[in-house]
Design a protein around this ligand. Structure first.
Ligand SMILES: NC(=O)c1ccc[n+]([C@@H]2O[C@H](COP(=O)([O-])OP(=O)(O)OC[C@H]3O[C@@H](n4cnc5c(N)ncnc54)[C@H](O)[C@@H]3O)[C@@H](O)[C@H]2O)c1
Ligand SMILES: O=C[C@H](O)CS(=O)(=O)O
Length: 491
């Protein structure tokens, strides 16, 4: 069992279990709080400030006041502070992982992997901070010279989800601060402790007061609207559902807010009959069951060509048998609980809908005997495009198999969705790899791999999976304005 005292006792540095918000360089408590629970046990972990719209405005004012001095630092100076943050994240990875597992439920090793993944973005942008290059344009007249410079957009509002509570925030604050922006961040109410622990390290790294602010609160829509409405906030960056992303887009219109959106997914995973089936099964296990199926790039639909359908289904069912449900702190656990009862209900709804329309359960199919929000990893056969699981993001441990005949059918099925974040396919044919890679309507494509995410690569989607890219050499672009300086009279 794990409550707050148990959690603190697990930490090497108990001061990382911070339960206050952070505004203008000050830790902020509040009379009104909300509870953070351990999804594995249902136990209360902490009480965190339930801050208000007025508190959010204070944070916005602090970020606005701090932006000029932060932007005036050189990229090298900002990069050095981000590098210190990276070093602190790595040095405290065990504790950050423990806090993450406690509030989100993922197995500890996976949580530590997330912390190092988040840290990799901080490391990457500590380096990119020195490379915010512009251009020189030879004039269109003999006395004209032009220089294109890049300047930080200013104050950024950031809202993040619960499934990667460390990495999704790190993936935003790193490019924003590298570019010279300041930030007001609001983490998910389900997992604020990871963000607050990261904020402790942000303060220790020497980020000046006001540059990074974190507001915790249950009033997600009120805090979000305050950020969208404020003329002092130049840009929003959001990671979460497409539903909420659309709300923020609408709210930002009145101030023509720039907005980066990392939204929902519905990834197709295609296995052609010329694939290495063992590699495809390994890839499917990663793409489907990482974080218990609770990632935006999870394989949501698995399309298998008719000639290898039965063999692949048998191999995948066998591989799924190795998954071990349990508390994230228990040795050998590969799969934790779902984040809450609503997530559990969605998995059950998708299974029931598919079975009612003719699908069959090959393995799993019901809640785990562990109780709570644990669900058996489930494999369905005989799935069709008419079932909910083909068009809605399940966000859980459900692998639905759809049989297809031709490459054209597979591409048409895969693209038959308003989402466009990630897709995957396995083939041994190089020409097919190019044809299908170019035909799939997603921002990212895994070809003979189920693991596509890295700080060196642009992460993001098309269609209703979002806009903008995080990570990579493109990652600061969304936090910069391009300005042309046109010099006349140059003789
Ligand atoms: N594309 C990506 O990089 C990416 C990464 C992680 C998760 N996701 C997506 O996020 C979803 C799961 O995360 P979730 O359940 O936290 O999503 P969510 O959209 O319900 O919540 C995301 C964040 O928005 C806040 N929020 C909710 N309503 C709001 C409102 N009206 N105004 C402002 N903020 C509001 C929440 O409190 C949370 O902090 C899935 O759809 C998943 O695909 C996408
Ligand atoms: O689900 C959210 C993350 O973006 C998934 S990943 O770890 O970046 O692939």
């Amino acid at each position: 069992m794990l409550d707050r005292a148990d959690l603190a006792a697990k930490l090497k540095d108990a001061s990382l279990l911070e339960t206050r918000a952070y505004i203008n360089g000050e830790w902020v408590a509040a009379a009104k709080t909300f509870t953070v629970d351990n999804p594995s046990t249902g136990e209360k972990l902490a009480e965190v400030p339930d801050l208000t719209v007025e508190d959010t405005q204070r944070a916005i004012d602090a970020a606005f006041a701090a932006k000029a001095a932060w932007a005036a630092k050189t990229g090298k100076e900002r990069g050095a502070i981000l590098r210190k943050l990276y070093d602190l994240m790595v040095a405290n990875a065990d504790d950050l992982a423990t806090i993450l597992t406690a509030e989100m439920g993922k197995p500890w090793a996976e949580a530590r992997g997330e912390v190092l993944y988040g840290a990799s973005y901080v490391e990457w942008f500590s380096e990119e901070a020195k490379r915010l290059y512009g251009d020189f344009i030879p004039g269109h007249a003999t006395d004209i010279r032009m220089v294109v410079i890049k300047q930080p957009v200013g104050v950024v509002g950031a809202i993040t989800p619960w499934n990667f509570p460390n990495a999704m925030l790190a993936r935003k604050l790193a490019p924003a601060l590298a570019a010279g922006c300041t930030m007001v961040a609001r983490p998910s109410e389900f997992t604020p402790l990871s963000a607050l622990a990261l904020t402790v390290l942000i303060e220790r790294a020497g980020v000046p007061a006001g540059v990074f602010n974190i507001v915790t609160g249950l009033d997600a829509s009120g805090i979000g609207k305050a950020l969208c409405d404020s003329p002092k906030v130049a840009k929003m960056t959001f990671t979460g559902s497409t539903r909420v992303g659309k709300i923020l887009m609408r709210q930002g219109a009145d101030t023509v807010k720039k907005i980066s959106l990392e939204l929902g997914g519905n990834a197709p995973f295609i296995v052609f009959d010329d694939a290495d089936l063992d590699a495809a099964v390994q890839g499917a296990m990663i793409a489907k069951f990482r974080n218990n199926g609770q990632t935006c790039v999870c394989a949501n639909r698995i399309y298998v060509q008719a000639g290898v359908y039965d063999a692949f289904a048998e191999k995948l069912a066998k591989a799924m048998g190795a998954l071990t449900l349990g508390d994230g702190f228990t040795e050998g656990t590969t799969t934790g609980p779902l984040i809450n009862t609503a997530a559990l209900a969605k998995v059950e709804d998708h299974i029931a809908d598919a079975v009612s329309k003719g699908a069959t359960v090959l393995t799993g199919g019901k809640r785990s005997n562990l109780g709570g929000t644990f669900h058996e990893p489930t494999l369905l056969a005989g799935v069709t495009q008419e079932m909910k699981v083909a068009s809605e993001e399940t966000f859980g441990p459900l692998a639905p198999l759809v049989k297809f005949d031709t490459e054209a059918d597979a591409v048409a099925f895969a693209n038959d969705t308003e989402f466009g974040l990630a897709s995957y396919f396995y083939t041994g044919d190089l020409k097919r790899a190019w044809r299908v890679g170019e035909a799939l309507e997603t921002g990212m494509v895994g070809i003979n791999t189920g693991a596509i995410s890295s700080e060196i690569a642009p992460f993001g989607g098309i269609k209703q999976s979002g806009q903008g890219r995080e990570g990579s050499k493109y990652g600061c672009d969304d936090y910069l304005e391009i300005k042309n300086l046109c010099f006349g009279g140059i003789k």
